[in-house]
Design a protein around this ligand. Structure first.
Ligand SMILES: NC(=O)c1ccc[n+]([C@@H]2O[C@H](COP(=O)([O-])OP(=O)(O)OC[C@H]3O[C@@H](n4cnc5c(N)ncnc54)[C@H](OP(=O)(O)O)[C@@H]3O)[C@@H](O)[C@H]2O)c1
Length: 261
């Protein structure tokens, strides 16, 4: 008698996220929303966090996931969010943004503080709160959505590049500190991604926001980044993607963008 078949097509396919809970911050738009959607399709139990509950609730319902209010800059909000979770296997630290494009000579310190608060302090705050659960999972993942702005600097970008350099350092440090724990630390650093709100939040003018992507045939879109995130998270757990830099083909380097027309 032949033994049980080991052919991969012999049983129902088990989705890679089955049995794992993934928290995605900043899931009400852009990369966070695309990542939540993608992880739900990969079988994860997804918990979406952000401030705009109307958008979050609708999105969560569309994928059979859970929506919880979260303001990463507010300690009480983070504590309540952490309290509401039974288990966490994956934390995608995506909430963030850029809020000005000023040269240093015209630095708006309130904008610097806001940028640092959400991108760095907010990320540390939530990571710290969920770390015990991530370690307890036995196969945890902390993924940081950094940026190429965390690896190089550019004129007019210092409030954001300084913050994203902070995120990069945070990821590196945490990976070192958790070297003997069952938790992977992953950083995804996208270049130019065309999302609805990112550039608009930064320059606060629709035309200037559109100019960021003008002539670039195919900037990345949120789904492209979600694809990279899902790929990194669904490797076997001994495979740690430390840092994945992803750009559109038209952006050979931060300052070298091919524009047509
Ligand atoms: N677009 C790009 O070119 C690009 C490139 C590289 C890296 N990134 C990074 O990718 C991430 C997502 O960017 P995106 O382009 O998807 O921008 P986005 O559409 O503006 O999304 C930002 C998300 O963060 C949430 N958020 C903001 N402040 C928050 C807070 N205090 N607490 C909780 N959530 C908060 C927002 O939701 P609420 O307002 O509802 O809270 C929103 O869902 C950011 O970290 C960004 O720096 C973007």
């Amino acid at each position: 008698m032949p033994g049980p078949s080991t052919h991969p097509a012999s049983g129902p396919r088990v989705l890679p996220g089955t049995g794992r809970t993934a928290v995605v911050t900043g899931a009400s738009s852009g990369i966070g929303a695309a990542t939540a959607t993608r992880l739900a399709a990969e079988g994860f139990d997804v918990v979406l966090g952000a401030r705009r509950m109307d958008r979050l609730t609708e999105l969560a319902a569309s994928m059979g996931a859970r929506a919880l209010p979260l303001d990463v800059t507010d300690p009480d909000s983070v504590a309540a969010f952490a309290e509401a979770l039974d288990r966490v296997d994956v934390l995608v630290n995506n909430a963030g943004g850029a809020f000005d494009a000023n040269p240093v000579a015209e630095a708006d310190l309130d904008s610097w503080a806001r940028t640092y608060e959400v991108n760095v302090l907010g990320t540390v705050r939530l990571t710290k709160a969920l770390l015990p659960a991530l370690i307890a999972s036995g196969a945890g993942d902390v993924l940081f959505v950094g940026s190429t702005a965390g690896l190089v600097s550019y004129e007019g970008g210092a409030s954001y590049t300084a913050a994203k350099h902070g995120v990069h350092t945070l990821a590196e440090t945490l990976r070192l500190e958790l070297y003997d724990q069952p938790v992977r630390v992953v950083e995804i650093a996208p270049g130019m991604v065309r999302t609805e709100e990112f550039a608009l939040n930064r320059v606060r003018d629709q035309d200037r926001a559109e100019a960021v992507y003008r002539g670039v045939r195919e900037p990345l879109v949120a789904d492209d980044v979600a694809d990279c995130i899902a790929w990194a998270l669904t490797r076997p757990h001994h495979v740690n993607v430390d840092l994945l830099v992803v750009r559109p083909r038209a952006q050979a380097a931060q300052h070298k963008v091919h524009r047509e027309g």
